[in-house]
Design a protein around this ligand. Structure first.
Ligand code: NAD
Length: 368
């Protein structure tokens, strides 16, 4: 398989962890006979420095033309006092909106070796395996008007959705549930908001096309509680932009490891932007100690969801699990009796597991 991958390392630790993902992908390409062609472009603060804007036209064009996008992270204190249009995070909002990446997928699965890092009791968090699907390009964050009035004494924000925007994200929810345990939780605030009542109607309509999926409607306040008290009761969650923003951050701390979690922002034709959920970690940038695993898992997410390379994605994820089970960890993870390693060393351990796996596969094959 030949694929063009747009790499957007970004700022802070972004370039360090991107290098790790690239090395692992190169090993996958060699082992499984693929051709991954990487195209690196600027986004965020470094793009502001070089081009005067956080998302240069050539970066957007390259992202649109490639088969998938991998992003490190953007931002840092250097650009905090720039005008809004030159803030690194604007590059991120603009690329999602310009490419029509309307669905944000965040898988939250507990890694057994890290169970002690969760702020929740082990027995509560043990079986957690959730995907949160958040609408990303509509709702309260984009509705107009959004302004101060009466000399700043009143304010209005607008929550608006077109029917098609709700339909496509809800369908994404059902499709995702079908590929998992076939249980969909739709989160809304239908006891108060008209937009939520329309959302709920559409969920009910779509449910008729997916008779195998069990559907439950949960109010957002109840969902926030249940994520903490019984996270294992969820499979696939689908919700609108604001609720998804809050719930996905809440759910991501369940695993207790910010540096480990990937996410994807995708559209109907399969184009996706894959990135770890953490930021650019300016406090540790350049020290070579960042955890590269969230970035590596973002790359495996890309292989599975954009390229359909299930076996290769599983191999990468198994290599990450093995590295942790053997006790290797970066400074952000506290593994009892483990071995503290740098970004580069962690990457090498993952690559070592991958290579060992394929050697043992070869041996099995030889003895069949
Ligand atoms: P952060 O996620 O960058 O860092 C929070 C803490 O977690 C820091 O102590 C950091 O060292 C640590 N950390 C994060 N990722 C790590 C990793 N891979 N390995 C080891 N430790 C890691 O959040 P922040 O400090 O609030 O934000 C820093 C900058 O990142 C800000 O400019 C913010 O706007 C930006 N940001 C960008 C994104 C993105 O690009 N998607 C997301 C969140 C924040």
């Amino acid at each position: 398989m030949k694929k063009q991958i747009t790499l957007l390392p970004g700022d802070g630790i972004g370039p360090e962890i991107m290098e790790s993902a690239k090395e692992v992908l190169q090993v996958i390409a060699e082992e499984f006979n693929h051709d991954f062609i990487f195209h690196e472009h600027a986004i965020g603060g470094n793009a502001v420095d070089a081009y005067g804007e956080p998302l240069p036209e050539e970066t957007l064009k390259a992202a649109e033309e490639g088969d998938a996008i991998l992003l490190g992270a953007v931002g840092g204190p250097k650009w905090e006092n720039h005008p809004v249009y030159q803030r690194p995070e604007q590059g991120l909002l603009k690329i999602r909106k310009s490419l029509g990446l309307f669905a944000n997928l965040r898988p939250i699965k507990l890694i057994p070796a890290l169970i002690h890092a969760s702020p929740l009791k082990e027995e509560i968090v043990a079986a957690s395996d959730i995907v949160i699907i958040r609408e990303l390009t509509g709702g309260l964050y984009f509705g107009k008007p959004s302004e101060r009035r009466n000399n700043g004494n009143s304010v209005v924000d607008t929550l608006s959705y077109e029917r098609y925007e709700m339909e496509r994200i809800i369908e994404k929810g059902f499709e995702t549930a079908m590929s998992r345990r076939k249980h969909l939780t739709s989160v809304d605030k239908a006891n108060v908001l008209e937009s939520s009542r329309m959302w709920r109607e559409i969920v009910e309509e779509k449910a008729k096309n997916y008779p195998e999926v069990t559907v439950e409607h949960v109010l957002v306040d109840a969902a926030a509680m249940k994520l903490i008290t019984n996270p294992a009761s969820f499979d696939t969650i689908v919700t609108e932009n604001l609720f998804g923003d809050i719930l996905s951050d809440e759910a991501s701390v369940i695993t207790g490891s910010l540096g480990m979690l990937p996410s994807a922002s995708v559209r109907e034709d399969g184009l996706g932007l894959y990135e770890p959920i953490h930021g650019s970690a300016p406090d540790i940038a350049g020290k070579g100690i960042a955890n590269p695993l969230g970035m590596i898992l973002s790359a495996s997410f890309m292989l599975r969801d954009s390229f359909g390379l299930e076996v290769e994605a599983n191999a990468m994820e198994q290599a990450v699990n093995e590295a942790l089970e053997q006790g290797y960890h970066t400074a952000d993870l506290d593994l009892k009796d483990g071995t503290l390693v740098s970004t580069k060393e962690m990457t090498d351990v993952v690559i070592g597991s991958l290579s060992a796996r394929s050697i043992s596969d070869d041996i099995c094959y030889m003895y069949v």
